[in-house]
Design a binder for this molecule. Structure first.
Ligand SMILES: Cc1cc2nc3c(=O)[nH]c(=O)nc-3n(C[C@H](O)[C@H](O)[C@H](O)COP(=O)(O)OP(=O)(O)OC[C@H]3O[C@@H](n4cnc5c(N)ncnc54)[C@H](O)[C@@H]3O)c2cc1C
Length: 475
């Protein structure tokens, strides 16, 4: 412990159990395990020294950004050390001419756009958690967000990384290249859920702020109509930058909260649409989309009349999970994906799965991506209710995969969908993923127990030397 303290300083090491308590889970709150030690280094060098030392004792390490993940990815289920990037939040460089920025991995997503907006640029991936989540966490989960429908998930924007490998070695892939020669290691690392190493610096592409933006709110008497209009907008070739649906219960939760934006409480669903580009493009796309909405029974369309109104509509959408905290103490957020043409059918199927189990489901989702977020408000202290929530999560994943969809649009697998991986991947697929993981981290001590349900080589893994006794505090 003294060696670790010497590396990160007094403030950078938390060993007292109560100080480590905030690190025992992420947004998947029913999976908890308090880390034995929390390390908060300040630089790549400190991360490297910590990992080298921990590696020499075969101690597992769980990387953590802001802990906003929804799948238990940053939960230290096998004990050991949790290494957080919260003290690494510098913007190292904004290069407006070449349109890229280099930042430390702990930087909060929204702070990157704040750092470059005066240059007429922004960072496009905008998870609804963007006021809290870190760029490093976004990289590890290949995160999305409402505007990733147009701009693409994180992987489309990351052009360089500095990575500290499990043994402490520093892999510098930070030079931004238009077309990298050789294997795309940056691309491979994005989405690796903390199992390949720790990203300490991230170089990202910046996007020019559009000349014009138009935001529309379509009000519907049925969730089916809202879903169908999304497929029709895309099939019609209209270029929306975001297509987000909120159902009636979500609207009620939002409108009762500090995020209230005047969404109509009697509507069965609203579709939040944004278009962007030149003023002419924007106008044409908005008009085309309005015609589609009219064909699909829209009751009313509201247009944001000012930037303030637009921001309010988005704050309500992005604050929806927070608003759901008013309904019950816990929230389970599923992240299944279906072909867009099956949106209506799958929203019904996931609703039926939850209601059959007596669970309260609220839908707010990235409809343009076919990325459903059936959210279940519940109380994890009620063990029977928790059991039904987990069962519903498994069942929703099964029906969506059977409908040609997949397990995750953006939240990753973590702990939550470990068992469900077998619904989608064969044993051969999983073994291949193990092989890739072992190439990055032969010790398999980086974020163990996540993503891969088979532990083909567990017998060869050295068990950690416990720093201090710890137990799994939740179920
Ligand atoms: C209210 C709310 C709304 C959300 N909305 C969205 C959304 O719209 N789109 C979306 O995609 N997600 C969303 N999320 C999920 C979550 O915010 C994202 O997954 C986010 O990228 C996690 O970032 P984080 O910094 O909190 O990472 P953490 O939760 O701390 O960690 C996530 C994973 O990344 C790993 N990790 C963290 N930092 C590093 C690093 N530097 N190097 C290597 N591995 C690392 C961890 O081990 C873990 O596996 C939402 C969450 C909440 C609570």
């Amino acid at each position: 412990m003294a060696h670790l303290r010497a590396i990160v300083g007094e403030e950078g090491l938390l060993e007292d159990s109560s100080r480590a308590a905030p690190y025992e889970c992420d947004g998947l709150a029913h999976e908890r395990c308090r880390p034995e030690v929390v390390l908060l280094p300040r630089s790549t060098l400190e991360v490297s020294k910590c990992l080298a030392l921990l590696h020499s004792h075969s101690i597992p390490v769980v990387p953590r950004g802001a802990g906003t993940g929804l799948t238990g990815g940053a939960t230290p289920v096998e004990g050991g050390v949790l290494l957080g990037t919260a003290r690494m939040r510098r913007v190292i460089e904004v290069n407006a001419k070449d349109r890229f920025a280099r930042v430390e991995a702990g930087l909060v997503n929204i702070d990157l756009t704040r750092a470059c907006c005066d240059e007429g640029l922004f960072y496009a991936p905008d998870p609804s958690s963007q006021a809290a989540c870190s760029l490093g966490g976004n990289v590890a989960n290949n995160s999305g967000g409402p505007h990733c429908f147009k701009h693409g998930n994180t992987t489309r924007h990351v052009i360089g990384l500095v990575i500290v490998m499990a043994n402490g070695e520093v892999l510098d892939l930070s030079a931004p290249e238009v077309d990298p020669v050789g294997y795309d290691l940056v691309g491979l690392f994005v989405g690796s859920e903390g199992m390949f190493g720790i990203a300490t610096e991230v170089t990202v592409r910046l996007t020019p702020t559009p000349e014009a933006i138009e935001t529309l709110l379509g009000v519907f008497a049925s969730l089916d109509d809202a879903c169908d209009s999304v497929s029709a907008i895309i099939a019609g070739g209209w270029d929306a930058s975001a297509l987000e649906i909120l159902d009636k219960l979500t609207i009620a939760a939002v409108e009762a909260s500090v995020f209230a934006a005047g969404y109509p409480k009697d509507a069965e669903a609203v579709l939040l649409v944004e278009v962007e580009g030149s003023a002419v493009e924007c106008h044409e796309n908005a008009e085309g989309i309005l015609a589609i909405l009219a064909d699909h029974g829209v009751l009313e369309v509201r247009r944001a009349q000012s930037e303030r109104e637009r921001q309010k509509l988005w704050a309500a959408r992005k604050g929806a999970y927070g608003a759901m905290g008013r309904i019950a103490p816990d929230l389970y957020v599923s992240d299944v994906v279906v072909p867009r043409t099956k949106l209506r059918e799958m929203v019904r199927a996931t609703t039926d799965i939850c209601t059959a189990r007596g669970l309260k489901i609220l839908n707010v989702f990235h409809a343009g991506d076919g990325n459903l977020h059936p959210n279940i408000s519940y109380d994890r202290r009620d063990s029977d209710e928790l059991r039904r929530v987990i069962e519903a999560g498994d069942e929703m994943a099964r029906v969506c995969v059977e409908a040609g969809g997949t397990l995750s649009g953006e939240h990753g697998i973590g702990l939550e969908k470990l068992a469900q991986m077998k619904l989608y991947f064969s044993d051969e697929d999983l073994e291949l993923m193990h092989t890739v993981r072992r190439a990055w981290d032969p010790s398999q001590n980086m974020n163990p127990g996540k993503l891969l349900p088979i532990r083909a080589c567990m017998e060869t893994r050295t068990r950690p030397v416990p720093v201090e006794a710890s137990g799994r505090a939740g179920s």
